[in-house]
Design a protein around this ligand. Structure first.
Ligand SMILES: Nc1ncnc2c1ncn2[C@@H]1O[C@H](COP(=O)(O)OP(=O)(O)OP(=O)(O)O)[C@@H](O)[C@H]1O
Ligand SMILES: [Mg+2]
Length: 372
């Protein structure tokens, strides 16, 4: 998937931005607060996902503007397509969204047409942050390749919510402990299914991240990712999520019930699982340097793009916001010259690393305006 052309006007501080993009590498360079991330955000919105910065729709429009418009043409392996959306002040809910000229009711209806993967400085949380960051990353990635996964997750969360409500009551000395059984068996069924899908996904994720990280570090460091289950000691080669794994999950819930009642919530299960990242055997979360944490998070995002390609036959566009800072020259060079199988758009403040770039387009962003 390749963006051919992007037009943005009135989106936050962006004014009359009209760019033909290189099919491979594009660098958006400029000082702080010039509109680089705003441009990445405008492109991201064309994927039908909500803003990765949590921007509310009314804040799309520039402070001094009456409307915001974004237009993009992109090519997938079949054809060229066009996305447009516009938001007017005073009519935020009434957006004009079109795909190939056909009106859509909501921005989210664009989902599935234009696909991109974004890396932002907040993604450092993937390595340094709490386990929920890693769980959401793998859940979101699995959901993109397996339709039934989101409904399994929602089901699990509903059952968990009700089990936790009962545990809270029990922890205060009320309620009927035998009622836990109903929730336990349902939680075990859905939990076993989620565990198997996540475990299997992490094997693939590890294969790709391991290769990418090896290249980023010039073979000096070895990265391994593992799915860490709070329920199962070993999931290797096990796929019977309707049989023995359910039994084992149930047994685990029952063995920890006293703890759960004391705590007032469910202490084991897929909602407490994690993905461990280790460099040469040391936990990245506990011991990784800033540059290592950033490189691991980046490898995970690039691996996500490769998994999408393997599953859907098409690379997404890679949006890398402020990825070069804190990386040493070799790692910067890898990003600028070796991610050559997909279109990449990178923002940066420092133009020095770009001088080493072998091919691609450099765009300067100043005061919301873009130039070559
Ligand atoms: N609705 C809006 N209208 C006008 N300007 C806005 C709006 N929302 C945000 N901005 C401004 O857009 C400017 C550019 O933001 P952006 O995050 O794109 O900068 P950047 O070039 O990525 O900078 P950095 O290098 O610091 O990340 C900021 O100064 C911000 O105040
Ligand atoms: Mg920025």
């Amino acid at each position: 998937m390749v963006i051919n052309r992007i037009n943005v006007d009135g989106y936050k501080n962006l004014e009359d931005v009209s760019l033909d993009l290189d099919p491979k590498m594009n660098i958006i360079c400029g000082e702080n607060a010039q509109g680089k991330t705003n441009l990445i955000e405008a492109i991201w919105l064309c994927s039908g996902c909500r803003s990765f910065r949590g921007t509310r729709d009314k804040d799309f429009i520039g402070f001094t503007k009456d409307s915001a418009q974004v237009g993009m043409t992109f090519t997938d392996s079949f054809r060229q397509q066009e996305i447009r959306f516009a938001v007017k002040k005073g009519a935020i809910k009434d957006k004009l969204v079109t795909l190939n000229g056909v009106k859509l009711p909501l921005l989210s209806k664009l989902f599935g047409s234009f696909r991109c993967v974004v890396f932002t400085p907040e993604d450092l949380n993937l390595t340094k942050g709490s386990p929920d960051n890693r769980r959401s990353f793998i859940d979101m990635s699995i959901a993109q390749i397996k339709n039934s996964y989101i409904s399994a997750l929602n089901k699990y969360n509903n059952i968990l919510f009700q089990r936790n409500a009962l545990l809270k009551t029990l922890s205060m000395g009320y309620g009927d402990e035998s009622s836990l059984e109903i929730w336990d068996s349902q939680l075990a069924k859905t939990g076993a299914y989620i565990s198997v899908l996540r475990y299997t996904f992490c094997i693939t994720l590890n294969k790709y991240t391991n290769e990418l990280y090896n290249k980023i570090t010039n073979g000096k460091e070895k990265l391994e990712l593992y799915y860490q289950s709070t329920v199962f000691d070993n999931l290797q080669g096990r796929t019977d999520y309707e049989g023995e794994l359910v039994e084992e999950y149930l047994a685990k819930l029952q063995s920890t019930v006293a703890n759960d009642i004391r705590a007032g919530y469910t202490t084991v299960g897929v909602h407490r699982d994690d993905v461990g990242a280790y460099i040469n055997g040391l936990s990245v979360r506990d011991f990784g340097s800033q540059g290592q944490a950033r490189s691991v998070a980046l490898s995970m995002k690039l691996a996500h793009a490769k998994i999408l390609k393997a599953e859907q036959g098409e690379y997404p566009v890679m949006l890398l916001d402020d990825v070069l800072s804190e990386l040493d020259p070799h790692r910067q060079q890898f990003i600028l010259n070796n991610i050559d199988d997909m279109q990449v758009i990178i923002t940066c403040c420092d133009s020095k690393p770009i001088t080493e770039m072998k091919q691609g387009k450099v765009i300067t962003m100043k005061n919301g305006k873009a130039g070559d």
